[in-house]
Design a protein around this ligand. Structure first.
Ligand code: G3I
Length: 371
């Protein structure tokens, strides 16, 4: 019997089994997005293997469980604008087209960020730091080019990422060094001028910390007083088993909403490993030690139980404030995709996301779906 006959027979058998009401036939169970309904968008970050159509297992999860996506890396400044006058939109186009083709809400990440920003952005042709006027021109050209390209396809942008540190002062980035606080309203102005209809967000981590919380509230109020558009504050949601305190997180959610903007949980995950650093600043790394990688084979049930309980508590918090929360996005599809496997300690095995390495939903996700 030829291979094609064998295949035909097996397909026919499967169809007959399905028609016979065989319970092993794949049925269209409810996905996470169906359970969440219209409370808020439920999304995930995609890497280039997923938005490029290579990681088909993850893509199946995305299509079934999520209605929103954000680019983990492919839209960052060093990726799309590697040299002055040189743009590379190959991966960013694939990401946006994946979202549009699958009817997903697309978020752009991120226009202005101190990290992953190519060095040329701040240097003149003699290698000296550029003047404020030159930096403004470069910011305006970058933002205008990128935002205009995806007009009508992207719902909102992380316009400025991580500009404020824990004590409430401004991060001493090159943007701040050259332009002072002004780089933030300028970024929002340029983005709005490029696409008056797109939503604009400020995004940061550790937003439960009072110093940062108060400074972000002040910054949002200042933007609004200047008549600039800002639609939401992104609370990144990089969590551990012992941080943040849920009541501090809730206090920040309410503080941001009190300024009149919405709140988004933009990069949610929870490390199941011993906390080494509470920062999500990519340069804050720690050398590998076996003691920091306690579960190289699998997460013990006892730890998994606590992890699921804590994730469920935070998800209930988001549902409690569904009037101000418009999106909850996980920072990756399955545990194997998570940046936490290599940050802050390279080479750890973490269990931080909503789906495990076999692409199965974690217990708290199953409970949400089956509620
Ligand atoms: O693409 C290169 C590849 O060509 C090269 O072979 C490889 C090894 O050097 O590096 C690859 O680039 C890496 C990139 O991720 C894509 O995998 C960079 O080194 C690595 O630094 C980068 O890490 C990303 C990090 O941001 C820095 O951009 C993480 O994946 C990403 O999860 C993380 O996400 C940030 C958010 O954008 C902002 N909020 C904090 C969050 C965590 O830092």
């Amino acid at each position: 019997m030829k291979l094609r006959d064998i295949l035909a027979a097996s397909v026919c058998g499967a169809v007959m089994a399905a028609c016979a009401g065989n319970t092993t036939a794949v049925v269209n169970e409810k996905g996470l997005k169906d359970a969440v309904g219209d409370k808020f968008l439920i999304g995930t970050a995609l890497n280039v293997w997923q938005s490029g159509g290579i990681d088909t297992s993850a893509i199946k999860i995305v299509k079934k469980h999520f209605n929103a996506i954000v680019a983990e890396n492919c839209m960052k400044m060093e990726e799309v604008h590697p040299e002055e006058g040189v743009y590379d939109f190959k991966d960013a186009d694939k990401f946006v087209n994946f979202g549009v083709d699958n009817g997903l809400t697309v978020t752009g990440h991120c226009l202005i960020w101190h990290s992953q920003c190519p060095a040329w952005f701040f240097l003149d042709d003699k290698g000296k730091t550029v003047t404020p006027e030159v930096l403004k021109q470069r910011m305006k050209e970058h933002i205008t080019t990128v935002v205009t390209r995806y007009k009508g396809k992207i719902k909102g942008w992380d316009v400025v990422n991580e500009a404020i540190v824990e004590d409430g002062s401004y991060r001493k980035s090159k943007f701040y060094e050259i332009l002072g606080e002004e780089f933030i309203p300028l970024a929002f102005q340029y983005a709005h001028e490029a696409d008056p209809d797109v939503e604009l967000y400020y995004n940061d981590y550790g937003m439960n910390v009072q110093g940062r919380r108060d400074a972000v509230v002040k910054m949002v109020k200042s933007l609004k007083e200047r008549g600039l558009r800002i639609d939401a504050v992104g609370m990144q949601g990089h969590m551990g088993m012992d941080y943040p305190e849920i009541d501090e997180f809730e206090e920040s959610m309410l503080a941001f909403a009190s300024t009149g903007v919405k709140v988004m949980i933009t990069e949610w995950e929870m490390s199941a490993l011993p906390t080494v650093r509470r920062s999500a600043n990519i340069s804050d790394t720690v050398a590998f030690r076996k003691s920091l990688n306690p579960y190289p084979e699998a997460l013990p049930d006892s730890v998994s139980k606590v992890w699921n309980e804590r994730m469920a508590q935070f998800f209930s918090l988001f549902e409690k404030h569904a009037d101000i929360v418009t999106r909850v996005t996980a920072w990756g599809v399955s545990d194997g995709d998570s940046w936490k496997n290599n940050f802050p300690v390279p080479g750890r095995k973490d269990y931080a996301l909503l789906f495990d390495r076999d692409y199965q939903p974690k217990d708290f996700v199953k409970e949400i779906i089956n509620k």
